[in-house]
Structure formats: structure tokens, C-alpha cells
Design a binder for this molecule. Structure first.
Ligand SMILES: [Zn+2]
Length: 145
């Protein structure tokens, strides 16, 4: 259900995790890190989607004939092409899965999730990580109250 491109997009979005209360940069390429930060701001509603347009500048889609028909490839030099593909994947998720790409509900987490569940109620980047941590915190808070 989750395809490779969607996985790549999530990997980019989750490439600045919080470790010991601090955001840790895991990307070597500063331009890709800037794209990630721009996507974070757009998804959180802190920036207009237009901040992403520089990443699509000069990018064209070109049809290529293959044995199974036509395939559309992006015409752009690397590494711009890779970044453009990530923006296009973000746009596809926006269109096909509206409202399902969102930040993790743990306010101390800097990760995102794409909710594929039918009721669209997933809240955590991972149930094992933030899900359990937040549950334990609520449980502890109730015991104190
Ligand atoms: Zn999380």
C-alpha cells in the first residue's frame, strides 16, 4: 500500500528527529535539508505551498516509450531531479490522500506520518515510539490527578 516514493517522502520528512530533546540533522546535503524544512512549514500550515516552487524550476516531464507503453520521466539534472520528485510526491499525497499527511501528535517529536487507516485517526509517527510514550504520560498524569 505504501509505495517507494511515499516512503522516500516520509524518509525526507523524518530526517531531523528529536534525540534527547534536540533536533538532530541527518542529511548531508544542505539544499535537501532546506527542502525538508520548507515541506515541514507547508504541512504545518506555517508557509504557503509556493515556497516549494523553486524546487520545480526548469523541471519538465518527458514521455519515454517502453515495451509496456509510455513512461513519464523527469527531465532535470541531479540532484535537482531527486528534490523535484520529492515535491511531486508531496503534491500527489496532498491530492490523493488529503489531510492524511500530518505531524506526529507528540509535541516533542519532529516526525510526520501518512495515515492509511480507514478511520484516519492515526496520531503518532510510530505506535512503538511516540504512541506508547504519550499513552504512558497520560496514564501517569491520571494517576497523579
Ligand atoms: Zn512521533
Amino acid at each position: 500500500m505504501i509505495d517507494e516514493r511515499e516512503q522516500d517522502l516520509l524518509e525526507l520528512l523524518n530526517s531531523a528527529p528529536v534525540v534527547d530533546g534536540r533536533i538532530v540533522e541527518t542529511l548531508d546535503d544542505p539544499e535537501t535539508a532546506r527542502l525538508r524544512d520548507a515541506l515541514h512549514a507547508v504541512i504545518r500550515g506555517e508557509a504557503e505551498a509556493g515556497v516549494l516552487s523553486p524546487y520545480l524550476e526548469g523541471v519538465r516531464r518527458r514521455p519515454v516509450v517502453t515495451s509496456s507503453g509510455i513512461e513519464w520521466v523527469l527531465d532535470a539534472p541531479e540532484p535537482a531531479r531527486g528534490r523535484a520528485e520529492l515535491v511531486l510526491e508531496w503534491a500527489r499525497v496532498q491530492e490523493e490522500l488529503p489531510g492524511r499527511l500530518r505531524p506526529c501528535a507528540n509535541p516533542e517529536c519532529n516526525k510526520f506520518l501518512i495515515d492509511h487507516s480507514k478511520p484516519n485517526t492515526a496520531r503518532w509517527c510510530s505506535m512503538a515510539g511516540c504512541g506508547n510514550r504519550m499513552k504512558a504520560r497520560r496514564h501517569y498524569a491520571r494517576r497523579l490527578a
